[in-house]
Design a binder for this molecule. Structure first.
Ligand code: IMP
Ligand code: MG
Length: 180
């Protein structure tokens, strides 16, 4: 990877660990005695999910959903379903785990999709929140960090399927996507 592709580091490894510890503590308190299922929205949330579940001390199970609404750095605004849940969410307390809440199109679609299947509760935990770009009125119940409207990569987040393996969250240098 060309280091010039990263404009600057936005959230470093130390801060990411602190975020997971804080969120994990809060979720563990809120869901004590409940039937918690953490549902990771693939692929962007896998690194966050892996770190978050190790900070959760109450009983929980995990599942995965796969959707896509992005084409390069532009949201195409249509959610494409790629993988359904393995579990039946009826009666379960579902916590959707996302990498980033941007326009809100993906999470509002997924929230309704799971609510319609009679889950006991559906809440949202997002590592990053970009409220400036919201197109649908939706907010997360657990937010790691509010960030400016920049395209970010690393710690699971990609641009054209690249950069997911970076251990920090960085802002993508505009030259990478300009002219595409
Ligand atoms: P939304 O439907 O616009 O809220 O977008 C949600 C999805 O778009 C996220 O789960 C990400 O996968 C992707 N996304 C949005 N913003 C970024 C970004 O800055 N970097 C990488 N992916 C992003
Ligand atoms: Mg995502």
């Amino acid at each position: 990877m060309d280091p010039n592709d990263i404009a600057y580091v936005l959230v470093d490894e130390k801060k990411l660990k602190e975020i997971c510890q804080e969120l994990g503590k809060k979720i563990s308190e809120d869901y004590k005695g409940k039937k918690l299922y953490l549902v990771s929205v693939l692929k962007g949330s896998i690194v966050f999910m892996a770190d978050l579940i190790r900070e959760i001390t109450c009983d929980c199970q995990i599942d995965f959903l796969a959707v896509s609404s992005y084409d390069g750095a532009r949201s195409i605004g249509v959610v494409k379903f790629k993988k359904d849940l393995d579990i039946d969410p009826a009666g379960c307390d579902i916590l959707l785990v996302e990498d980033i809440l941007d326009s809100g199109v993906t999470l509002s679609y997924l929230k309704k999709f799971i609510e319609d299947r009679k889950a006991a509760s559906v809440r949202i935990c997002t590592l990053l929140d970009k409220p400036e770009n919201r197109k649908i009125d939706i907010s997360a119940d657990y937010v790691g960090m509010v960030i400016p409207d920049e395209f970010v990569i690393g710690y699971g987040l990609d641009y054209d399927e690249k950069y997911r393996n970076l251990p920090y969250v960085g802002v993508l240098a505009p030259h990478v996507y300009q002219g595409k």
